[in-house]
Design a protein around this ligand. Structure first.
Ligand code: SAH
Length: 360
């Protein structure tokens, strides 16, 4: 039994079963043993690969979109370029490099990274050591300075903890993590029925509630309405709120049991984009999309970008560019292709004109 499992088991023995939300946030964010706190999980030797790590084309197109969004807001200065959950810092590095073609944008912005993991912050500092603009770090969006904000969040929302409710004869009851007779972690159900959930559903159905993500979305949308700007959210998820459990644990590119080794596997849930859009609109913000990642990147010209990179490439590099293009915008195999599974949604100040990438 690893140290985090022992700690969680002791907490449950003392306080009773805990919500999935609490369990997930301990697995990912426990200051000592949390998944992101101790390691760099990205890349072929790690647990999963993200779009910015696949190809520079991703970050370059996101960068072009961001400077265009800034221009569409009337080129405010000063403005903030903020990334939430920057991983290795690769996306921000590509965004800042491509922004050299928009010197007025670079001049106007200050760069802020919001990261809870000390280990990843060190990696980000190294990646951005020679960037066109110095970055500042914080652990919370609320600590970034005021002003119009252009915010990026790639694969951040899927890492926010969710709650599950299971339909029983008595009503919806919360799924909890408890202990069995041999002291192993097991899923169980709360004794109490959740009075706020009344949706009709077959017994055994599961509702996943991403209250943490919705709160964060509300906070960001309120800020964008007040101070101007936009957030670009890219993540895997579904377009309509639906029943079902999307919790998954991934270790070394394989699915594993989420209760087996807490803190050692990446725990995520699909993002409920419809719920985020409702939270944003409730604050008066404008919502663009969600569209698929394939739609977004193709509309921003990823094909032309790939062709222009290939002009200067060796045959091996050309093959790498073709493979990366296929992974980013391909749609057939959800285990390999990100084009359909991943969605892109922008939330902006209500006066923002419709932006490229989202035109359908
Ligand atoms: N955007 C990166 C990394 C995605 S993984 C990429 O695409 O490669 C999730 C990232 O979010 C990690 O950097 C993790 O440490 C960070 N993170 C997780 N929870 C967070 C939170 N509540 N606030 C800020 N960052 C968080």
């Amino acid at each position: 039994m690893n140290a985090l499992k022992q700690e969680i088991a002791a907490t449950i023995a003392h306080d009773g079963p805990m919500s999935l939300e609490r369990y997930m946030s301990l697995c990912l964010g426990h200051p000592r043993y949390g998944y992101y706190m101790t390691r760099d999980p990205f890349g072929p030797g790690g647990d999963f690969v993200t779009a910015p790590e696949i190809s520079q084309m991703f970050g370059e197109l996101v960068g072009v979109w961001t400077s265009e969004a800034w221009r569409a807001c009337g080129s405010p200065a000063p403005a903030r370029l903020i990334e939430l959950g920057p991983g290795r810092g690769t996306l921000m590095s590509d965004v800042l490099r491509v922004s050299r073609i928009s010197p007025d944008f670079l001049e106007a912005i200050s760069v802020h990274l919001v990261e809870t993991s000390p280990a990843l912050r060190l990696v980000q500092e190294e990646t951005l050591a020679n960037a066109a603009k110095p970055a500042r770090w914080s652990t919370d969006l609320a600590q970034t300075p005021h002003g119009p904000a252009f915010i990026l969040a790639n694969e951040l929302f899927d890492a926010l903890p969710v709650r599950h409710f299971v339909k029983t004869i008595q009503g919806w009851r919360e799924r909890l993590v408890g202990l069995n007779v041999t002291g192993e972690l097991v899923f169980g159900l709360s004794d109490q029925v959740e009075p706020s959930l009344t949706a009709p559903a077959r017994e055994g159905s599961i509702i996943e509630v991403n209250a943490v993500a919705q709160r964060l979305m509300s906070e960001i949308a309120a800020r964008l309405v007040r101070e101007g700007g936009a957030i670009l959210i890219i993540d895997y998820g579904y377009l309509e709120t639906s029943l079902g459990d999307s919790l998954q644990a991934v270790s070394r590119h394989e699915y594993v049991d989420p209760l087996a080794a807490p803190g050692e596997a990446d725990l995520t849930a699909h993002v409920d984009f419809a719920a985020l859009a409702r939270a944003a609109r409730a604050q008066g913000a404008k919502v663009m999309g969600p569209v698929t990642q394939a739609h977004f990147l193709l509309q921003l010209g990823i094909e032309r970008r790939a062709q222009s990179l290939m002009k200067k490439a060796t045959p091996e590099q050309s093959q790498e560019i073709i493979d990366a293009f296929d992974r980013l915008v391909g749609t057939q195999d959800p285990r390999r292709h990100m084009g359909a599974l991943f969605k892109v949604m922008a939330v902006t100040h209500p006066d923002m004109p419709d932006m490229p990438g989202f035109i359908v």
